[in-house]
Design a protein around this ligand. Structure first.
Ligand code: SF4
Ligand code: SF4
Length: 319
């Protein structure tokens, strides 16, 4: 991260899309209570064929060489047959790659990471494994028996890989389903998300899992972070998340974009402002339509997805 400082500074002066939040597939082998993504391809199998192929994802990297950071997400990205090649390609092309997994496919995750680290280049690879409580609660939230054991096995295997370019996190999503449980996760540097009813997660109508700021404050007070760049960013995110002040303006559409598995570009995973580009229609070059300063229906949220790039590229907004 520190190595990137000169590049980040140059972009602070002149804003430029620097990070892609790229959803690789809507396939998922869990059935979480806080997310309906897993239903998309099951209910309409023809949609699976419309997801971007490997050559299209490679083309995104070819056509956008000034991207610094790619977040790979899903669905469960390790369900893709070509995930090893995507991961290697991402780490060959950009400086920071983070990937989120439910950790259910221990062999595949471990192999993908080991193969990627064979690349002879400097990069940061951050793997976040979802863990949402103790065995009973995690399995109940994921809707899949033994998902806790699998996630913990994947976490343990990755911790055994010794490479300074690799960082392994547990990612914990706070919701009504696991309130009061975070203090029992005896691991430092846990990454926090808050369950919300985003259009991306395909939750609509009244939700019963949203938590209040007061509940979040109570939940996170036992967390501990290293005093490195990652720890500082996470602490800044949490401070602002639990602050009484209104949320800072995020950098969605300015420094960061969300790309769905079909190549459609949105400002953020709330799809706020609607579709603002289509990689398949622009030869995979990022071309944005619309005025970033007039994003319609913005929730003025402080979601972790957009908070991290905001802290990095527009740090004064959180002061
Ligand atoms: S939260 Fe993640 S693991 Fe759970 S159903 Fe949604 S995509 Fe799958
Ligand atoms: S504040 Fe939230 S809803 Fe608005 S653009 Fe940023 S991430 Fe999207």
């Amino acid at each position: 991260m520190i190595r990137l400082a000169p590049k980040v500074l140059s972009r602070i002066v002149r804003s430029k899309v620097s990070r892609i939040n790229l959803s690789l597939t809507y396939d998922c082998n869990q059935r979480c209570k806080t997310c309906n993504i897993w239903k998309i391809n099951r209910e309409n199998p023809s949609l699976k064929d419309q997801e971007m192929k490997l050559y299209e994802i490679e083309r995104i990297f070819d056509m956008n060489r000034d991207i610094l950071w790619v977040s790979l997400t899903g669905g469960e990205p390790f369900l893709r047959q070509d995930i090893d090649r995507i991961l290697r390609r991402a780490c060959s092309s950009v400086n920071i790659v983070n990937i989120t997994t439910n950790g259910s496919l221990s062999n595949k995750v471990e192999r993908g990471v080991i193969e990627t680290l064979k690349i002879n280049k400097r990069f940061s690879l951050i793997v976040s494994i979802s863990l949402n409580g103790n065995r009973e609660i995690h399995n109940a939230i994921s809707g899949v028996e033994h998902s806790y054991e699998k996630a913990m096995e994947t976490y343990a295997r990755l911790l055994n890989i010794n490479d300074r370019r690799l960082r392994i996190n547990l990612e914990y999503t706070i919701s009504k389903h696991n309130l009061g449980q975070l203090k029992y996760i005896d691991t430092p540097n846990v990454i926090i998300s808050i369950a919300t009813n985003t259009p991306y997660a395909r939750i609509s109508g009244d939700v019963d899992f949203a938590v209040s700021v007061k509940e979040i404050k109570e939940e996170i007070k036992y967390l501990k972070y290293d005093h490195d760049v990652h720890g500082i960013i996470q602490e800044l995110f949490l401070q602002r998340l639990t602050s009484e002040r209104s949320n800072p303006k995020c950098v969605a559409g300015e420094y960061s974009i969300f790309v769905d598995p079909y190549g459609k570009i949105y400002n953020c995973s709330y799809f706020t402002g609607g579709e603002i580009g289509d990689l398949r229609k622009s030869n995979y070059k990022i071309v944005l339509n619309g005025d970033r300063n007039k994003i319609e229906n913005c929730k003025k949220c402080w979601s972790s997805c957009e908070a991290y790039p905001t802290i990095i590229f527009r740090p004064w907004r959180i002061l």
